[in-house]
Design a protein around this ligand. Structure first.
Ligand SMILES: C[S@@+](CC[C@H](N)C(=O)[O-])C[C@H]1O[C@@H](n2cnc3c(N)ncnc32)[C@H](O)[C@@H]1O
Length: 341
């Protein structure tokens, strides 16, 4: 990241200058530059080096569209654990207690509890989540506008809203939306700062709370409940508890939106959710990416009906599943795949 950020602010740089900027020796930085050249991230003219347009956009900290926080999260919290994937598969357990965060002293194998011990690590994760979730809120807002309309005032509850990216995009796309975001305390501090930075403090309320317990919010008070990139992280019992909470807070006939990256029904891909399945295997107990079929079955078994699956993979974005709160008894599900899967 130092390398690409430095290349971004110079117009052609020599190896010796790059070595100084990255606090590396010339021979070490030469190895990085060789790699960058080989995959097209760096361009060379004479003895001068430049960023490619992709590197400039995605890998320089000075770019508004950079994904540096996602790279940092992966290098701190994910890559160290992937080496122990075989252990995790054999034991059937996550291995996030081996994260070795700055605050050490592990007594939990729960990823979020582990991250919660360090403000800095939690902040890195929240910034990464906001990068991963970019675009998901806009897709949700599009889907909501079609399903429930955007004329009337909409009260929206975002359960496990993380760093606020999804709520912020929804608020920007639906001016009448009033959103309550619930997450762990460190996340809500991060989200509140992002919400304020976007001038949305009067429309998005960030409240600390445990999404698996009864929340201090009125029953049947929300038109929409959003659960984005949360459900698939948890085992079946937790999923059922979370859906019961969503059901409890939705108005009659209200809309549940689940945003997840879905596997094909035959589990043979695409590559992103297949990789993410391994990722949740090492980080969480019982987490697994859904297929459209398994998610529809979960929702219909938990008092939601009129279920509609919108695959967004053509947009490189998380998929969106919408459902209505069914009154009382088990609901009937009808899966209408938006793009005819
Ligand atoms: C993968 S992130 C998704 C964040 C956000 N919804 C998004 O799409 O960007 C999962 C979120 O669930 C939150 N979370 C985990 N356990 C929680 C709990 N018991 N109560 C509230 N939030 C929780 C985490 O802090 C994290 O922000």
């Amino acid at each position: 990241m130092d390398l690409f950020s430095h290349l971004d602010v110079t117009s052609g740089t020599a190896i010796s200058e790059l070595a100084d900027a990255c606090l590396l020796s010339a021979s070490q930085v030469q190895k990085l530059v060789s790699f960058g050249l080989s995959v097209g991230l760096i361009i060379q003219r004479d003895e001068q080096f430049f960023n490619s347009s992709d590197a400039q956009k995605l890998l320089s900290r000075h770019s508004a569209h950079n994904m540096c926080s996602a790279v940092e999260h992966h290098s701190r919290h994910v890559y160290p654990l992937f080496g122990q994937l075989a252990d995790s598969l054999q034991s059937g357990k996550p291995i996030s207690d081996r994260l070795h965060l700055s605050s050490a002293q592990s007594n939990t194998d729960e990823f979020y509890a582990e991250l919660d011990k360090s403000e800095n690590d939690f902040g890195v994760f929240m910034a990464a989540m906001n990068t991963f979730s970019t675009g998901a809120g806009t897709r949700i807002a599009d889907a909501l506008s079609t399903r429930v309309g955007s004329a009337a005032a909409l009260r929206i509850l975002d359960l496990g809203g993380g760093g606020g990216q999804v709520s912020i995009e929804i608020a920007q796309a639906i001016p009448q939306a009033q959103i309550t975001l619930i997450d762990l305390e460190k996340a809500t501090r991060f989200a509140r700062a992002e919400v304020d930075r976007n001038g949305l403090g009067d429309r998005i309320l960030c409240r600390p709370g445990d999404i698996f317990s009864r929340l201090p919010l009125a029953e049947a008070d929300f038109d929409v409940v959003v659960i984005s990139a949360v459900l698939g992280d948890w085992s079946h019992d937790y999923q059922v508890t979370l859906l019961a909470n969503a059901h409890h807070h939705l108005k009659s006939g209200g809309c549940l939106v689940v945003s997840e990256t879905l596997l094909d029904d035959d589990l043979a891909g695409p590559i992103l959710p297949a990789l993410m399945s391994l990722y949740v295997q090492i980080l969480t107990e019982g987490g697994q990416n859904f297929t459209a079929r398994s998610l529809v079955a979960l929702l219909s078994g938990n008092q939601f009906n009129h279920i509609e699956v919108q695959l967004n993979r053509a947009h490189g974005c998380r998929d969106t599943v919408l459902a209505s709160k069914a009154p009382g008894a088990a609901a009937l599900a009808s899966a209408a795949h938006a793009d005819k899967v």
